[in-house]
Design a protein around this ligand. Structure first.
Ligand code: 13P
Length: 252
């Protein structure tokens, strides 16, 4: 049985003050217990990881893990501005998002870089959350599945068995930050296609890897999405900034 996982991706949002309020509200909301067999994490920007780790600890927020939004493709050295996976581990991170479409599009991150980052994250004993997804043009031209499966296949080629310790996030680019959520069936169909692509490498691995959906997940659509057979949770952007909405999605 795959656990349901909800991960909040704050992107470049937050402040010392608002982070404090967010953790306090979420701690209060989670205090009375959460549905069992589920995992929750939040990915603040790098400079706030230590603060959030301290806040999680001081509120005894055992339900919530910490994640980062990216990691370097390199171990250490002369890479100005990069943050090594080992540093994120030291700060208490359990998850690291790699290959988000915003990084693929704005920072020219190709599949090879995404795999290199995932390997660094794995080497530091954290879970990479590998993002894949098609653009609106790719979907409109009927190539969505081909594009996404090719992205998955490239990760399989490099990561092989180590994919068993990764999560995949299907984030259709046209659904990110647009309010245009993929219908539960459209998302399920792509999650199924991703799982079949993984099964070509190893059926057992394919049945165990968690595949999260991301793209305009909100409290009012999370229930339907999470009910689908191959959707194992969500990677939540905008709605995760509001602690009440994040809580509602966690409880969906
Ligand atoms: P939104 O939930 O704001 O659409 O963002 C999704 C996302 O990119 C999460 O990584």
């Amino acid at each position: 049985m795959r656990p349901l996982i909800v991960i909040g991706n704050w992107k470049m949002n937050g402040s010392l003050g608002s982070n404090q309020d967010w953790i306090k509200t979420v701690a209060r909301g989670m205090e009375s217990g959460m549905p069992s067999g589920r995992k929750y994490a939040v990915c603040p920007p790098f400079p706030y990881l230590q603060q959030c780790a301290d806040l999680v600890k001081s509120h005894s927020l055992t339900f919530l893990s910490l994640g980062a939004q990216d990691a370097s493709a390199y171990k250490s050295g002369a890479y100005t501005g990069d943050v090594a996976a080992s540093m994120l581990k030291e700060l208490g991170c359990s998850y690291v998002i790699v290959g988000h479409s915003e990084r693929r599009q704005m920072h020219q991150e190709v599949d090879e870089i995404v795999s290199a980052k995932a390997l660094q994250v794995l080497d530091s004993d954290m879970t990479p959350v590998i993002c894949v997804g098609e653009t609106a043009d790719e979907r409109n031209s009927g190539r969505a599945e081909e594009i996404v499966c090719a992205q998955v296949a490239k990760q399989v080629n490099v990561l092989q068995d180590r994919l068993a310790d990764c999560l995949i996030a299907y984030e259709p680019v046209w659904a990110i930050g647009t309010g245009k959520v993929a219908s539960a069936q459209v998302a399920q169909d792509m999650h199924r296609a991703i799982r079949l692509q993984l099964a070509e490498f190893d059926e057992d691995l394919a049945s165990h890897v968690g595949i999260l959906y991301g793209g305009s997940v909100k409290p009012d659509n999370a229930v339907e999405l999470f009910a689908m057979l191959d959707i194992d949770g969500g990677l939540v952007g905008g709605a995760s900034l509001n602690p009440q909405d994040f809580l509602a999605i966690c409880q969906a």
